[in-house]
Ligand binder design. Structure first.
Ligand code: PGA
Length: 267
């Protein structure tokens, strides 16, 4: 069944690419080539380029969302080099939490990611919570259990109504697909989206689970995004490598607009 009301989102995760000098121009180029009002576009540059991207888009494309790639789990304190949710207010409206690269490189636990989620939503930031299994976990038939555990670990301490009102987005990103050129099958990603919403129901979300956008991420490009957007349970993509290329972004957002317009027509 097509869920007519869910947002269609294409979110660009620039990771540790671009500088404050070139990020604004890249954002402007991408914004001008992706003007599709039916699609929610989000650009997540490095922290230090947030202001440049905000300023570049302010006049011409204020409807492009700007996101941070991380946030600290405490509100303030002696955390040298860290960035709190309050510091992001005015720079970003969105934030990625729980990306697998941070789980892997910085040992972020589900519990910690849950704290980050709380800080983000308290500050009025819209969070994109990343979940996904590793290759050996999928091979062992444990993919849904792993993702379910990640969701329970991050979400159980939160009031579903608050997270739903804050517009929580979940990105299913199988670790083995990130930056590898290998993608999940659209059908497997769709099954995982169902499993994700099933876990939300178990966590007490009730019918609000159906309203949560679930994105697919992992080697998405303009050439393969259609496979995911063809699945009614998938609501867009979180894109790394291809999101730095204006041609790719133009192609992905154009394809996303077909889905978004079909949903608006069905509403
Ligand atoms: P990728 O990254 O598109 O380069 O695979 C996706 C992500 O890490 O969000």
């Amino acid at each position: 069944m097509i869920h007519a009301m869910r947002d269609v989102i294409v979110a660009a995760n620039w990771k540790m690419h671009t500088t404050p000098v070139d990020a604004g121009e890249l954002a402007l180029t991408i914004a001008s080539r992706t003007r599709e009002p039916s699609v929610i576009r989000v650009i997540c540059p490095p922290y230090v380029a947030l202001a440049a991207v905000r300023d570049a888009l302010a006049a011409s494309d204020p409807d492009v969302g700007i996101g941070a790639q991380n946030v600290h789990h405490e509100a303030a304190g002696a955390y040298t080099g860290e960035i709190s949710a309050a510091m992001l207010v005015g720079l970003a409206g969105w934030v990625i939490v729980g990306h697998s690269e941070r789980r892997r490189d910085f040992g972020e636990s589900d519990d910690r990611i849950g704290q980050k989620l709380g800080r983000a939503t308290d500050a009025g930031l819209r969070a994109i919570l990343c979940v996904g299994e590793r290759a050996e976990e999928r091979d062992a038939g444990e993919a849904e259990a792993v993702v379910g555990g990640q969701l329970r670990g991050a979400l159980a301490a939160h009031d579903p109504a608050l997270l739903a009102a804050a517009g929580l987005v979940i990105a299913y990103e199988p670790v083995w697909a990130i930056g590898t050129g290998r993608t999940a099958l659209g059908s497997d990603a769709a099954l995982m989206a169902d499993a994700i919403r099933g876990t939300l129901v178990q966590l007490g979300w009730g019918s609000a689970a159906e309203d949560v956008p679930v994105l697919y991420g992992g080697s998405v490009t303009a050439a393969n995004i259609a496979e995911f957007l063809a699945e009614p349970t998938i609501d867009g993509a979180l894109v790394g490598g291809a999101s730095l290329k204006p041609d790719e972004m133009a192609g992905m957002v154009a394809r996303a607009s077909l889905t978004a317009r079909a949903r608006l027509g069905a509403a």
